[in-house]
Design a protein around this ligand. Structure first.
Ligand SMILES: [Zn+2]
Length: 68
């Protein structure tokens, strides 16, 4: 049995903050393919552009958005 060099650290996905094992993860340092793709700015980009909910018209104006 191989011993001593297995990386079993738990890390936090830099994209979504999910805790995941470093081992057996082809998408590290991300938790999943999705997070990796998002970080690379691929086809998921648009979906994740708005990270905080817009709650008021004032906020929209601050952001320079007339309407969604
Ligand atoms: Zn993630």
């Amino acid at each position: 049995m191989k011993k001593g060099f297995t990386d079993t650290r738990i890390f936090k996905c830099p994209r979504c903050g999910k805790l995941i094992s470093f081992e057996e993860n082809p998408y590290r340092p991300f938790c999943s393919k999705k997070c990796k793709m998002v970080d690379l700015g691929s086809w998921f980009k648009e979906e994740y552009q708005i990270s905080t909910p817009i709650e008021s018209e004032e906020q929209l104006k601050e952001l320079g958005i007339e309407e969604l």
